[in-house]
Design a protein around this ligand. Sequence first.
Ligand code: A3P
Length: 295
Amino acid sequence: MRTDPIFVLSAPRSGSTLLRVMLAGHPRLFSPPELNLLQFETISERESSLGFCRSGSCRNHGRCDQRHGLQRALMELHHLDDAASQQMLDALIEQNTPIPAVYNLLCVDAAPRRLVDKTPPYAARLETLEKAGRLFPEAHYIYLYRHPYAVIESLVRNEFEPTLGKAEAVWKIRNENILKFLATVDRRRQAHVPYELLAKDPERVLRELCNSLEIEFDQALLTPYEGSRMTDGIRPGILPPGDSNFQRYGGIDGTRAGAGLDLELPEPLSEETRRIAGILGYEIGIPASFAAMNR
Ligand code: A3P
């Protein structure tokens, strides 16, 4: 029997690496670094489209390749080193393997564990999310979201986006796409997780999540910095795709729940961003200084 994957959907900088690593500790789940599969039709298309991040301003320039999540997963599943796993990948590329076949391989090899695919870029396009719906009628979706100020602040501070406006657009578009897509999915196959609650009360969130996934709660979920959880790269000096700041924390840091909330913006968030934030339970008014200016 094939079991469809669990997808973690989120905007970037929403705590998805933390959640991914927490889930990697559960004996019934296989949760590797970002797989970056769903955006493509075939593995060869993926190979030629992804690579080392092009931004020279990124502090991890040359150390983080978006293709490596899949390779790291193969290393783990087949107990291979980077050279042997590269050969396996090369064979898949040679055959121009379609992406559904790659998922099938991962799901079968990971069984009886269920594959977790957390790849934030999926939410950039509604079509990519819809493809998950078409390929995997029994997939589960974990929607992880975070206050827009915190995400905007993190995107700019970490130099993923050059301006606050561009960072806001990323938060808005990704969350809008996820909400649109999930409106078409059976509610029983979705779990919604606010990052702030995950950071402050991880046990409550993870227990609810396990209920939704119909698996037993396991204490290892709460110790993301313990054991082997694919937080290393394919070889020393290389980072796995995901949050490179993850290793700076020694545990689940509840204080990050309030990070970025004092962000000072040159102008208020757009009406559409505030509308989406409101749906997610973040009430964002227009600061009095702006309201007075527009009177
Ligand atoms: P910052 O370090 O910029 O604050 P993602 O993995 O989706 O890119 O999200 C990254 C964010 O997750 C980090 O952004 C940080 O806020 C949060 N995060 C990472 N590790 C964490 C930990 N151990 N405890 C709490 N929050 C963490």
